[in-house]
Design a protein. Structure first.
Length: 527
């Protein structure tokens, strides 16, 4: 057995790196073990097509981490010392409709009012009230995202004590579709907001999604989208530099299959090749709840059984990463390319609903719902001079109806070609001459790149209301710990607050600081 580190971390996804970095800054000797030959999990930038073209293989937009004290207060000096830089485009998102019209979502409320007024003056007035309400909810929502979640019962009991709290509780239990229809009348406006919410990999008619509309809008207006200069993976690289600068180690090509437990306490991990890595103080694991029983022999069978039943989303994605000879030209106008996220919307709300109905029943959707971004328009450092990149996605089931998940290896390229053809209805130069090369990933490929993306769920587990907060992924595991196993801590997109770039490893670190009797409030002084 190796000489013991203080903290051993399974996986180098950004949440694990965040937790590891806080512990390293606090003076702990940290070791991060990654099964792949690269680091970052879902927050990674790679040359997937041609040399010099830097693609964000998974996450491209850093939204919710912008309010995290990790970034907002630069707690670990990622911005001031370790090279992380963000560009925040003035227009985070734009909807492009089949009729050639567009509806941009800006950081400026007045501009959003004018955008919506193009379709409906009444909806523009409703938007102002909606936006003000969302702004009022934002502090309470933000306060729950970056620390261990409050018990569900206590949270609801507190909300039930006031009229405002009861109204928020009601919104939380309704769907985004319900909320959008209540507030807005024009189908363009409804599509715009409903599609924004469905980027959370959940159907807009799913009950419990209503508050997401308020949260997405408030976040985008206040914080915008953070575009990491050099690629999404620069966040992971900055975290690694922080860990290494404080004496930690990050190792690739080490696949872990066991958490070692002695007398009810995690004391290290074992690799596939038999090597053991002891942990003096604690183990952090980005272990999907479905796999916990395999990694921990002595886990309570009931805890493992409940974890194995956690629900995954039926809304997986197939992505295209293209290297382009020149930037995209949209029929709707050059202003479209200034947005980070571009939604190509169907011609009716009914078609959007049918898309998610098909996914619910495991069918390939009849209608596409393609989103894309061309980050090189905002950050030219990602491509050779004059060139461009494109990242596009559409929703598909994990199990292909014609032969199961493995069939995606044969059928992902034809599906991608179909996507490119449909995108030609919105983009005039998405032609074979302009596409120098492209790479596509199916839901099966997603699962292969990260064990956190089991069955292609890139948000870890589905964001249903009963898998929310302290009950995410289960009530037993919602505090980032496993009952009966001391000094073992969970991180990952399947923990609170959910998938996406939240920097949620900070909550795990806070829990560990308390158990290890470290002062979390002093961590910024040591960074």
């Amino acid at each position: 057995m190796n000489i013991a580190d203080d903290i051993v971390v399974i996986g180098s996804g950004h949440n694990g790196l965040v937790a590891a970095a806080y512990l390293a800054v606090a003076g702990k000797k940290v070791l991060v073990l990654e099964r792949n030959g690269w680091f970052g999990g879902g927050v990674i930038t790679r040359e997937l097509t041609l040399p010099g073209f830097k693609h964000d293989q998974h996450s491209m937009a850093h939204i919710f981490i912008q309010a995290n004290p990790l970034i907002k207060n630069d707690e670990l000096k990622l911005l001031s010392k370790y090279g992380l830089k963000y560009i925040r485009p003035e227009m985070p998102l734009i909807s492009v409709f089949r009729d050639g019209t567009t509806l941009g979502l800006h950081c400026d409320r007045g501009k959003n009012y004018r955008e919506i007024a193009k379709f409906s003056k009444k909806d523009a007035e409703a938007y102002l009230r909606f936006s003000e309400l969302a702004e009022g909810y934002l502090p309470a929502l933000v306060g729950t995202l970056y620390s261990p979640p409050a018990p569900i019962g206590a949270m609801y009991a507190m909300m039930d004590q006031s009229r405002e709290g009861r109204e928020l509780m009601r919104i939380m239990q309704r769907s985004a579709y319900d909320i959008a229809l209540d507030w807005f009348e024009d189908d363009h406006v409804r599509l715009h907001f409903i599609r924004m919410m469905s980027e959370n990999l959940i159907g807009p008619e799913e009950k419990g999604t209503g508050v997401g509309l308020f949260m997405f809008l408030a976040f985008l207006e206040k914080y915008g989208i953070g575009v990491a200069v050099g690629g999404s993976g620069m966040l992971s690289q900055a975290l690694i530099r922080c860990i290494e600068d404080h004496g930690g180690t990050v190792m690739a090509n080490v696949s872990i299959n066991r958490v070692l437990v002695k007398n009810g306490r995690a004391v290290g991990v074992r690799a596939d090749d038999g090597r053991e890595f002891p942990a003096q103080d604690a183990v952090i694991g980005a272990i999907h709840p479905h796999l916990l029983g395999r990694f921990i022999e002595c886990i309570d069978p009931k805890v493992a059984a409940d974890a194995a039943k956690v629900q995954l989303t039926p809304n997986c994605v197939l992505t295209i990463h293209a290297a382009l000879k020149e930037p995209l030209k949209f029929f709707a106008g050059e202003h479209v390319g200034r947005a980070m996220m571009i939604e190509l919307l169907p011609d009716s709300l009914e078609r959007l609903r049918e898309h998610f109905d098909d996914l619910r029943y495991g069918r390939i959707p009849r209608h596409s719902l393609i989103g894309l971004g061309s980050a090189s328009n905002i950050d030219p450092s990602r491509v050779p001079p004059g060139k461009a990149i494109m990242h596009a996605w559409d929703y598909v089931p994990y199990e292909h109806p014609d032969g199961g998940a493995q069939r995606w290896d044969e059928l992902k390229r034809p599906f991608a070609e179909g996507m490119l053809k449909k995108m030609g209805n919105y983009i005039e130069n998405l032609t074979p001459d302009n596409i120098l090369a492209y790479h596509c990933d199916s839901p099966l490929d997603m699962e292969r790149t990260s064990a956190s993306f089991l069955r292609g769920d890139i948000h870890g587990v589905a964001p249903y209301l009963y898998q929310f907060g302290a009950h995410r992924p289960t009530p037993d595991l919602g505090q980032n710990t496993v009952p009966g196993i001391e000094r073992f801590y969970l991180v990952g997109p399947f923990q609170h607050p959910g998938g996406g770039v939240f920097g949620a490893g900070r909550a795990t670190a806070m829990k560990m600081f308390e158990d290890l009797k470290l002062n979390f409030d002093k961590v910024g002084e040591r960074a």
